[in-house]
Write a protein that binds this ligand. Structure first.
Ligand SMILES: [Zn+2]
Length: 222
C-alpha cells in the first residue's frame, strides 16, 4: 500500500516564511541547487525573499558566477557571493574570519531561517561552513536547518532527515537549476539524475512524489 499524506499540517513549509527572509548558505556554486533547489523554489513561490549565499568560488570565477546567477534566476532567488574578489578557497580563511563573514551576512539580512550544510558532510569546506553558521545563532533566533551532503560524484555518506519538504511542484526547477552548472556536470560527462532519484526516494518516505530532507538544528515556534 502506498503511503499518502492524508492530513498535512495546517501550514506548509513555504507558508511559514511568506513575507520573511530566508538565507540558503552553501560553500560553493551548485551546493544549494543539489541540496535544496526544490525547497528554495518552493519558498520563493510561496512569497519568501530567498538569498542564495555562496561562500567561495574556487575556480573559473566568471564562468561559475554566471552559472550560479542563471540557477538563482531559475529558482527565483537572489544571489550573493561572500568571497567576491575572485577565486578563493574557504580554507584561506581562519575559522574566526569565516564566522565574521557569516555574522555580517546574518546581520545584513536578518533571516527568519537559515539552511546550510550539515556536520556529517564529507567535504571539509562544507563542514567548516556549517560550524561557522552554528556560531551565528547567537545573533538572532532564526530557524536553522541542514541539508544532505552534496557531491558531484556520489559517495556513500549517512544522512537521516528529520524534516521533509514536498517539492513535487518544483522538482523540474531544481533539475533545471542544476543543469545551469554545465562546468560541473555536462562538460565533464557527469549525469545528475542521482538528485531526481534522491528526491523521489525521499518523497516515498513521506507520502509525496518528490521531497527534500532537512536536518533540524533549531526551530523557534511562537
Ligand atoms: Zn561544495
Amino acid at each position: 500500500m502506498e503511503l499518502t499524506l492524508v492530513q498535512p499540517a495546517a501550514r506548509s513549509f513555504p507558508a511559514r516564511y511568506t513575507g520573511r527572509t530566508v538565507i540558503a548558505l552553501g560553500a560553493h556554486p551548485d551546493d544549494l541547487e543539489l541540496g535544496i533547489g526544490g525547497t528554495l523554489a518552493a519558498l520563493s513561490r510561496g512569497g519568501a525573499r530567498v538569498v542564495m549565499a555562496i561562500c567561495s568560488v574556487p575556480a573559473d570565477f566568471e564562468a561559475r558566477l554566471a552559472e550560479a546567477r542563471a540557477a538563482a534566476t531559475i529558482l527565483g532567488c537572489e544571489l550573493k557571493v561572500l568571497m567576491e574578489d575572485g577565486c578563493r578557497r574557504i580554507e584561506d580563511l581562519k575559522a574566526y574570519q569565516l564566522v565574521g563573514l557569516l555574522d555580517a551576512l546574518v546581520r545584513e539580512f536578518a533571516p527568519s531561517a537559515l539552511l546550510t550544510h550539515g556536520p556529517g558532510d564529507f567535504h571539509r569546506d562544507h563542514v567548516a561552513v556549517y560550524q561557522a553558521a552554528v556560531s551565528t545563532q547567537r545573533l538572532l533566533q532564526f530557524d536553522f536547518y541542514s541539508y544532505l551532503p552534496t557531491m558531484t560524484r556520489p559517495v556513500p555518506v549517512p544522512f537521516q532527515p528529520r524534516a521533509y519538504v514536498d517539492i513535487s511542484h518544483t522538482i523540474e526547477a531544481k533539475m533545471q537549476a542544476i543543469a545551469a552548472h554545465p562546468s560541473q556536470f555536462s562538460a565533464r560527462g557527469i549525469t545528475f539524475e542521482l538528485y531526481r532519484d534522491i528526491a523521489r526516494l525521499t518523497g516515498r518516505m513521506c507520502g509525496v512524489q518528490y521531497a527534500e530532507g532537512l536536518d533540524v538544528n533549531r526551530l523557534v515556534f511562537i
